[in-house]
Ligand binder design. Structure first.
Ligand SMILES: C[S@@+](CC[C@H](N)C(=O)[O-])C[C@H]1O[C@@H](n2cnc3c(N)ncnc32)[C@H](O)[C@@H]1O
Length: 296
């Protein structure tokens, strides 16, 4: 059955209250939601900025269309089909010299995960696409599997999936002559993975392929290299990450910036969701939030 996206494909915004508090929102401020998704965080930001402006960015056009509907009661926002790594250019074109807060809620939304055509989930048998932006002609996850050699594929599974069995899984995939799709990949994983580890292994391999397909870490590192130029003094960056690889990148960059006296860290350790939130929304269980404030 073809997936019918709608605003009912509910993605519950993660650490919503913590995001709003830590963005330190002023009614007339300019805020950026760099990972708009279905606009869950953006909608709540808009409720707090009658005379301010919200800029929402997402690489996924389908998400932007859904967010546009959700935010249709508001006028003070602009949406961009782009990567948050290009925020500098976006602000330049708008003649905006600084913003008061930037939110990055990394990873993918439930809307993308549940889409049974895009290959983000090991639960839906489909093509292995995994591109956030499926309007551009870039490698899909199945192209990566076909084009990369055994060594490169092993490295991706190890570095981006933290998968111990990376070599055996990559070898099984490279040596197979089956068509590459979600079902064939999960059955190849099954052949080299004990039953009780399978679901976790699928998740690690799918995460690795998604990160490589979208060059997610490059986009994050690129953004982190110059975001302080884009914040007004006292402006804040709030980042929610969902795996240790991303969190490590954010943690180290924020520490370096603190040493350079460019930002203040609002918390030494990352904030995590409350037990109550994790119970209501399982997706939030791995979330970690880090917050930096630009020194004025
Ligand atoms: C976890 S979801 C955000 C959900 C959103 N906060 C909400 O509550 O509806 C992450 C979103 O970030 C988008 N994304 C991932 N990498 C991106 C990038 N480099 N630039 C812009 N958007 C990106 C994905 O397409 C996805 O829609």
């Amino acid at each position: 059955m073809i997936f019918q996206p709608s605003t009912d494909s509910r993605h519950i915004p993660v650490m919503l209250m913590e995001s709003l508090e830590n963005l330190n929102i002023k009614n007339s401020g300019i805020y950026v939601d760099g990972t708009l998704g279905l606009g869950g965080h953006s909608e709540e930001i808009l409720k707090k900025i009658d005379s301010g402006l919200l800029l929402g960015i997402d690489r996924d056009n389908g998400s932007i269309e859904l967010a546009k509907k959700r935010l249709s009661n508001y006028k003070n926002f602009k949406l961009f089909h782009d990567s948050y790594k290009n925020l500098k250019n976006i602000l330049f074109k708008l003649d905006i010299t600084g913003v008061d807060g930037i939110l990055l809620d990394l990873g993918l939304s439930s809307y993308q995960l549940e889409d049974n055509q895009r290959g983000f989930s090991h639960k839906h048998s489909s093509e292995l696409d995994m591109r956030f932006d499926n309007n551009i002609d870039s490698n899909k996850a199945d192209d990566i599997i076909k084009k990369y050699d055994l060594k490169s594929l092993t490295k991706i599974f190890r570095d981006f999936g933290e998968e111990r069995n990376a070599y055996r899984i990559a070898k099984m995939i490279k040596e197979s002559d089956s068509d590459i799709n979600v079902l064939s990949i999960t059955s190849m994983i099954d052949r080299v993975t004990p039953y009780r580890f399978r679901v976790k292994t699928y998740s690690r391999i799918f995460q690795a392929l998604r990160i490589e397909t979208n060059k997610e870490l490059e986009h994050l590192e690129n953004f982190l290299s110059d975001f302080t130029d884009l914040l007004n003094p006292g402006g804040r960056l709030v980042v929610i990450s969902y795996h240790s690889i991303e969190d490590r990148i954010v943690k180290h960059k924020m520490k370096d910036l603190k040493k350079e006296k460019s930002i203040e860290l609002i918390f030494k350790k990352p904030l995590i969701p409350s037990e109550n939130e994790v119970q209501i929304n399982k997706r939030s269980r791995s979330a970690k939030m880090r917050v930096g404030e630009k020194i004025g």
